[in-house]
Structures are given as structure tokens and as C-alpha cells.
Design a protein around this ligand. Sequence first.
Ligand code: NAD
Length: 264
Amino acid sequence: MSDLLKGKRGLIMGVANDHSIAWGIAKTLAAHGATMAFTYQGEALGRRVKPLAESIGSSITVPCDVEDIASVDALFDTLKKEWGTLDFVVHAIGFSDKNELKGRYADTTRENFSRTMVISCFSFTEVAKRAAVMMPNGGSIITLTYGGSTRVMPNYNVMGVAKAALEASMRYLATDFGPSNIRVNALSPGPVRTLAGAGITDARLMYNYQKRNAPLRRTATIEDIGGSALYLLSDLSNAVTGEIHYIDSGYNIVSMPHPEALKQ
Ligand code: NAD
């Protein structure tokens, strides 16, 4: 489609299957010339991720569970050996116990709070730190957040708190790495039907609600998200860092349901 990412090498973390947001991003980046390495969480997901990666010409697929820091280090050892340097990273990882993605936030357990924070938030800092040392000529790093970080979404609970911390981490990392010309940003899509999305109680209801009430009267596809990722990972956004870029058909600007929706 274009040569925007020709000659650029990047790491994609968070493909589980062909509905994953990370896959929508990878497909778009491949169409614009990028070369990519993929991680997968465990062998069962690896069986899905490897053929997807191969279908867009990628030969590097590495297991990585961000709860295990040794596997994160092993991933970057592999990338250093294979490529030496890196141009971009996509971090599309999130997890919380689905039993706590319903009911009250107040009932979150200490154990799940810590686990959710480590996987969904701190892993971004650990990955960005390791990626930055492989970016001697600058680079671009993005993560995936959700509007439940700043406004209360029913059942999103501890994930909303983790996304708020992720967004703050993104801004601090953008400041740390800015002098090295490494940009750090976050994409904030509206609800997408994925494995992780399905873990949230009443996800379908939220999906349909946003579809009815967003200015564009639709939700974003993983290809829409890919287009925004292309912008943030390419030279088109060379002076953009520390930003949260919404891809939610405008839902975040709306303060009340559309009267037509209230009549339904
Ligand atoms: P998905 O289930 O396809 O992807 C989630 C990924 O996280 C999976 O690949 C899974 O393997 C990975 N993961 C979870 N725990 C991990 C661990 N310990 N180590 C390594 N990887 C781990 O779902 P998705 O919706 O594509 O999610 C991608 C990102 O987008 C997440 O951060 C999610 O919070 C965010 N997001 C999703 C939506 C939505 O509605 N689906 C909206 C906004 C933001």
C-alpha cells in the first residue's frame, strides 16, 4: 500500500487470534512495509499466532509471559541476536480475573489488584525500558488503553485503575525517552469484540450502547485501530509523544445518550 514503514523492524506483543487488536495493527503495518516479530503467551496461543505471523512474512515468533521477567529478558536477547536494533513496539496486553470484572470495584482483592497491575500496566514499563536500549536512532512505542481509565464504565473496575496507571506510565516514559527521540503514545479504542473484551460482564451491552451513542454511530474495527497505529509508529507523527489517541467513533466527547437512543 505504501513504503511508510519500509526498512523498519518492530515487535508486536498481544496477538491471541485473528480478532486481536494487535493482529489488526500488524496486518496494517505489514501492508505498509514493516518487518515484525511476534510474541505469544503459552503454546496453545502459539499454535494460533505462528501461522498468522507467517502469513505476513514474519519468521520470528517468541514465547513471552510478562508475569515471568525471565521470559521478557529472553525475548529481548533473541531480538538483539536476530536484529540488533528495533524501530517500534506495540504492547497490546491486558489481564484481570474475570470474576472481578463484574459487580463493585470496592470488592477487588489485593491479589488480583497486584496481578492486574503487573500484567496490564507495569509490563509496559519493563518492555519499553528494554526496547529503548535497542533504539539508538530513535523509535516509537505504543500501548493500548481504554476510556474506563478516566470515566467509570460498569464492570471495568480494576482494569480502569490499571489503565489510568498505564496512561500515567506512558507519559513518564515519553519524558524519559524523549531526549533519545523515542516517542511513547497510547491508543484508546472503544469496545472491540475480542477474547479480552469478552471477559468483561455485559460487554455486548456496552458495545451496542457505544454503537448507538457515538457520533459516528459505529464502533471501531481492528483495521481502524491499525490505521491509527500506522500514524503513531511512522514518521507521520514525528513530533507526537505522550498522547492518548482515541479511536472510539467520538464516544469520549459525548455527555449523554442521544435522544433517539433513549426512545428505543
Ligand atoms: P486479546 O485477548 O486478543 O489480547 C489480549 C492479549 O494479552 C492476548 O494476546 C494475551 O495473550 C495477552 N496477555 C494477557 N496476559 C498476558 C501475560 N501474562 N503475558 C503476555 N501476554 C499476555 O484482546 P484485545 O482486546 O485485543 O486486547 C489487547 C489490548 O487492547 C489490551 O490491553 C486491552 O485492554 C486493550 N483494549 C481492548 C479493548 C476491547 O474492547 N477489546 C478496548 C480498548 C483497549
